[in-house]
Design a protein around this ligand. Structure first.
Ligand SMILES: *[C@@H]1O[C@H](CO)[C@@H](O)[C@H](O)[C@H]1NC(C)=O
Length: 142
């Protein structure tokens, strides 16, 4: 065995050790998934959105509704109108995984738009009142 071969073998060993260390460090850097939280929010137009959050470094999100997998792989999804049942968010990374199930109910149907219409009617009444008042006022002044 000449010195060039020894250097070559030594170099390959160093490369191998480096790759191992890199892998170990990478796994350690990833924090394990802690508690997973799912929240449901309803927008004013009655759209229901489920959001998933977790401690740790999430890599993959997956969802099931009453045990059936959903296609979404992101942390926040829009649910179809009238979705009912138990929704589960599963979070996974290289070192661990966690999940959380909550039950979803319908969004209160467009209660937001009822309030909106009421405010709009009120504003219209105030505006008409002001216009009427102004009309009477200008008549009296002339
Ligand atoms: C949701 O979960 C609750 C409690 O685990 C269960 O009683 C209920 O039947 C489930 N609903 C559906 C639609 O699977």
């Amino acid at each position: 065995m000449d010195s060039r071969e020894i250097i070559l073998i030594f170099g390959l060993m160093l490369l191998k050790i480096g790759a191992c260390l890199e892998q170990i460090c990478w796994d350690v850097e990833k924090a394990p998934i802690g508690s997973v939280e799912v929240s449901i929010s309803c927008s004013s137009i009655g759209e229901m959105r489920a959001s998933c959050s977790s401690d740790g470094d999430p890599l993959l999100y997956s969802w099931t509704l009453n045990g059936d997998p959903l296609m979404d792989t992101i942390s926040s999804i829009v649910l179809e109108e009238g979705t009912d049942g138990n929704i589960t968010c599963s979070v996974k990374n290289h070192v661990s995984q966690g999940q959380k199930t909550i039950s979803v109910k319908h969004c209160p149907v467009s209660s937001g738009s009822v309030v909106f219409v009421l405010i709009w009617c009120f504003q219209l009444m105030v505006l008409l009142g002001l216009l009427g008042g102004f009309h009477i006022y200008t008549r009296h002044v002339r």
